[in-house]
Design a protein around this ligand. Structure first.
Ligand code: LER
Ligand code: MN
Length: 274
């Protein structure tokens, strides 16, 4: 397993990301600390200079395991399940732009908050139909080389797909090999009966992992047992990234340093920077 950290390429109101904006400086610092990659949270990839971004990241030796899309929802209200057809269409177009961007970076595309919420006055069946159709259209667009990762998210942020079991049902409805799950330890600690049990249930469908402790601080600052989480991930043969998605508490640099120190220790690797 390798380690990455979420960098938001632009300012955002989303609280669960330690570094926002000034990404060149932050990426250089993460490379020095020993991170293998940076996960990029991107509101609209069409506003970016991709050639420049690729040049900077490759000069730092950083991979991009995944692209986050949630800011298109948080900042602009785009979602796959909005009752307004035009909003749903814009959400699809935006995620297709994320897929184009991810293809160049060999990254996965996260389907997290962009799925939206089931809203009053709309049947759950209708909402799920919109979600399955949108995911199927994205899967077709992403095939064969870009993987999509559906993230179960806790009930306080969405009422659609809170658990791994619900995530599996959704990806099974789409039925494509390149659509899998993102497991976030913070959400799982709220929603799952057992964090390790949920990892085992995800099994080979697990494509990406977000790590944050029970309080959404860095691993080690709350009560999740990360040694046991890593053991469960090893048990299912997971070889992807552990990607740090945390609030900047007490501050971003402390999170980044303490997280890599703990994760590298648990993974049995030496940490370059700390
Ligand atoms: C939202 O809480 C989250 O965990 C992000 O990864 C959503 O895209
Ligand atoms: Mn997450």
């Amino acid at each position: 397993m390798k380690c990455s950290i979420v960098l938001s390429l632009q300012p955002t109101v989303f609280e669960g990301v330690a570094y926002k904006g000034e990404w060149e400086r932050h990426a250089a610092k993460m490379a020095r600390l020993g991170y293998d990659g940076v996960e990029l949270a991107v509101r609209d990839p069409r506003l970016l200079d991709i050639t420049y971004l690729q040049k900077v990241l490759s000069s730092l030796g950083l991979e991009v395991p995944a692209i986050g899309t949630g800011q298109a929802y948080v900042e602009e209200g785009l979602s796959f399940t909005d009752p307004d057809e035009i909003v749903r269409r814009h959400a699809l177009e935006r995620v297709k732009a994320h897929i184009d961007f991810a293809r160049l970076l060999r990254a996965q595309v996260i389907i997290g908050l962009i799925r939206g919420r089931a809203q009053e006055g709309i049947s759950r069946e209708q909402t799920m139909d919109w979600l399955v159709d949108a995911l199927a259209e994205c899967a077709q667009y992403a095939a064969p080389d870009v993987r999509l990762v559906v993230e179960p998210i806790n009930r306080y942020e969405t009422n659609l797909v809170n658990t791994v079991a619900e995530g599996l049902a959704l990806i099974q409805a789409v039925g494509a090999h390149h659509v899998g799950l993102l497991f976030d330890t913070f959400h799982a600690n709220i929603e799952e009966v057992s964090i390790e049990g949920a990892i085992r249930l995800a099994g080979r469908n697990l494509f990406h992992v977000h790590v944050a402790d029970s309080n959404r601080w860095y691993p080690g600052a709350g009560h999740i047992d990360f040694a046991s989480v890593i053991a469960a991930l090893r048990e299912i043969g997971y070889e992807g990234y552990l990607s740090l998605e945390v609030m900047p508490k007490p501050d971003a640099d402390t999170c980044a340093q303490r997280a890599i120190a703990l994760l590298r220790d648990l993974l049995g690797k030496t940490c370059q920077g700390v």
